[in-house]
Design a protein around this ligand. Structure first.
Ligand code: HEC
Ligand code: HEC
Length: 153
């Protein structure tokens, strides 16, 4: 009993020490929000990710694993998705994909959360950019030996 308490105690103290800096308030526009390491959280919109909406426009890159949401092979900055309107479906819907020479959204995109087949795009697949991002020429962050499986399309 005693030895277990002893081993738990230093860990708890260490956690307390690590958490301490979080309670200090940063002097910026973050409203006092800090990361777990105590660095202020940047809330300015200067790095809003707009640049990432420009894709390398070639044919779609190969997928790296089965079930990977394919990368978008075109820019998306002119394609709004709002509560009432989804520009992506102008080209990727089953009605329009042939005319637009686009890939049609797959059957999985019509399934509701409880597995029912819906007549239109499922609400959980409505915000396309949640899962599909434009393809860019990004180098791996760390060197690795990952090989794409032969069955990934
Ligand atoms: C004006 C028509 C148009 C609009 C709007 C459009 N796309 Fe596309 N999309 C295309 C075409 C054409 C391709 C290329 C298909 C090919 O080359 O095989 C494509 C390719 C893609 C691919 C790659 C598909 C694959 O086979 O790997 C994805 C993913 C995609 N688009 C997602 C989106 C998303 C998300 C939006 C909305 C933000 C969107 N698209 C809006 C026409 C469009
Ligand atoms: C929750 C994540 C998610 C969302 C949201 C989503 N997709 Fe997908 N999408 C996927 C995955 C995973 C795949 C690959 C497996 C599959 O087909 O289901 C895919 C496949 C696709 C494909 C390729 C289909 C094929 O036959 O190869 C297209 C095109 C596509 N999505 C377009 C869209 C569009 C347009 C939207 C928005 C209306 C959208 N997706 C929303 C995850 C998502």
């Amino acid at each position: 009993m005693k030895s277990r308490l002893l081993s738990v105690f230093p860990a708890a103290m260490l956690t307390g020490l690590l958490l301490l800096p979080c309670t200090s308030f940063a002097d910026d526009d973050s409203g006092g929000l800090v990361t777990l390491r105590g660095a202020p959280i940047q809330t300015s919109t200067a790095n809003s990710g707009e640049a990432l909406k420009k894709a390398v426009e070639t044919t779609p890159l190969e997928r790296d694993f089965t079930q990977q949401p394919p990368l978008v092979s075109h820019a998306v900055d002119d394609y709004p998705i709002t509560k009432n309107f989804n520009k992506c479906m102008d080209c990727h819907s089953w009605d329009n994909y042939r005319k637009e020479k686009a890939t049609k959204v797959s059957q999985t995109h019509f399934q509701s959360a409880d597995g029912q087949e819906l007549a239109n795009i499922s609400p959980r697949r409505y915000f396309c950019l949640q899962c599909h991002v434009p393809q860019v020429d990004a180098k791996p962050l760390i060197a690795n030996t990952y090989q794409r499986p032969s069955n990934a399309r």
